[in-house]
Design a protein around this ligand. Structure first.
Ligand code: SAH
Length: 476
């Protein structure tokens, strides 16, 4: 972020604009919405500027700018449609200590004015750091269409009622009250005038104060492999409503940012000393917040039903008589296989696929190695980094072809995703040599489609997936 968005208090402060033509008019239309003391300095000013000056909406000084004109100004805009005059006046403003913006000159400006959606006091500022003004305009248009014009009035009246609403307890109760106001009672009474809106607020508060204490609810939500675009809409909605988010270590910061700002965020992946939190402690946390009437989002990497200790958490939830919903997510295997352009099953190759774990409660996990060792088998191996040598040994011992391809995908769907393709015989030391530091999933029996295609070209033969002698090379 090269530009940090803030909302500047300008009430009663001076904003100076130098220039009197089209660029000046465009900026002034926006600045006139503020409660700042506006001064325009221009030897020649457009008729609109004269009219605003006559109506005392701004002060007009009819001459070119001089040193001292911008003393004590909060902001200065150079808007002459003339680069030379802009540079001259900006220099003066710099010396006078004002923050300077030169219209249409990003590089020389100390601040930029965002695209604004105005539902005062609700103001939405959209900026692209000058990278894509078209995009900013499109987003603005979209928001203009979506947000009712009444929003500003409702927010203003709502603001005056905040102290009253504190009679409701913090968290779900207060939030339910406000969403009831902004999305139901408020818009319904909008056309009846401000007094009716205020009456509606009192009635609503009375109703909410007399409601039964809300029961907590737990949403067990799949966060997917890391890319926020791979979240389901249901997951997004759950995050929007959450009072508390209890998240796993593998959930990425980008996704955590989507949670409601007021939500309490608890990292269940770590304790204060960096060790993993015990499952019983996580269960206790979920139940504790649920019993307080909170909407708890238990946010788990990938899909909660895949190697997620889901049943243990559900047992704890139901034992405490709390309700829950499971919101599925995209499991690492699904995202990973998509990213290598392959299919988990394929006619004529494998009619089933296994999701297996490298280790379980007893240590290295045992599987039907004999079956897995057969030609054409596909398995997605979760948590397999530490047990790679064990898996390799077991498969080879049970007769697997040493040249069977294995593709390891680290940090699936994240900017630092890595794809490593090797042969079973070479799985170790490849895993160790590659220093994998992020989560990684392995596919037994799959090669990225891009490599398969390269091989097709190389061999000029009709190869099925990958010829053994080449697949033993580390391909990526
Ligand atoms: N519930 C999760 C799996 C939890 S087990 C899911 O459905 O994906 C944790 C293992 O999942 C990790 O050791 C790794 O093997 C895999 N995994 C999870 N996220 C991953 C990611 N972004 N990239 C690669 N592997 C991932």
């Amino acid at each position: 972020m090269k530009h940090f968005p803030i909302f500047l208090a300008v009430e009663g402060r001076r904003i100076i604009l130098a220039g009197g033509g089209d660029a000046a008019l465009a900026k002034l239309r926006l600045l006139l919405k503020t409660e700042a003391k506006l001064t325009v300095i221009a030897a020649q000013a457009a008729p609109e500027i004269h009219a605003w000056a006559d109506a005392s909406r701004l002060t007009l000084i009819q001459r070119t700018m001089e040193p001292g004109d911008t003393m004590c100004a909060a902001l200065f805009y150079a808007a002459h449609d003339d680069a030379k005059e802009d540079a001259r006046t900006a220099k003066i403003a710099h010396r006078d200590g004002a923050l300077v913006n030169i219209v249409d000159n990003l590089l020389e400006s100390q601040f930029i004015t965002p695209a604004i959606v105005d539902r005062d006091p609700v103001t939405i500022a959209i900026g692209t750091e000058g990278a894509a003004p078209v995009l900013a305009r499109a987003i603005k248009k979209d928001l203009e269409d979506r947000l009712p014009t009444s929003l500003g009035t409702l927010a203003r009246i709502g603001k005056g009622f905040r102290a009253m609403a504190e009679k409701l307890s913090y968290g779900a109760a207060r939030r339910n009250f406000w969403s009831d106001f902004y999305f139901n009672a408020g818009p319904r009474t909008m056309h009846q005038g401000e007094d009716a809106i205020k009456d509606a607020l009192f009635t609503l508060l009375h109703n909410h104060l007399n409601e039964d204490v809300k029961q907590g609810h737990i949403d067990i939500v799949g966060a997917g492999p890391g890319d926020p675009d791979l979240l389901t809409l249901k997951a997004r909605k759950a995050l929007d409503k959450a009072d508390v988010v209890i998240f796993d270590q593998l959930v990425t910061p980008n996704i955590l940012e989507l949670a409601r700002r007021e939500a309490i965020m608890i990292n269940a992946g770590k304790t204060g000393f960096g060790t993993a939190m015990a499952q019983e402690d996580i269960n206790a946390l979920i139940v504790e917040h649920g019993l307080r009437g909170h909407h708890v989002v238990r946010l788990k990497a990938g899909d909660p039903t895949v190697f997620g200790r889901l049943d243990e958490e559900i047992n704890a939830i139901t034992t405490a008589d709390l309700s829950y919903t499971i919101v599925p997510g995209i499991t690492a295997a699904s995202a990973a296989v998509a990213n290598i352009g392959q299919s988990l099953t394929k006619r004529g190759r494998n009619s089933s696929v296994r999701f297996i774990t490298g280790h379980d409660t007893k240590g290295y996990a045992d599987h039907d190695w004999k079956e897995l060792a057969k030609v054409g088998q596909v398995a997605a191996i979760y948590m397999g980094k530490k047990s790679a040598r064990f898996i390799q040994g077991r498969l080879l011992m049970h007769g697997a072809d040493p040249s069977t391809p294995v593709t390891v995908i680290e940090n699936v769907s994240r900017p630092d995703q890595r794809v490593i393709t090797t042969a079973l015989s070479n799985l170790e030391p490849t895993i160790t040599n590659k220093n994998l530091s992020g989560p990684a999933i392995m596919f037994l029996g799959l090669v990225p489609r891009a490599i398969t295609q390269q091989l097709h070209q190389l061999c000029k033969a009709d190869v099925q997936d990958v010829p053994p002698q080449i697949s033993t090379q580390e391909a990526l």
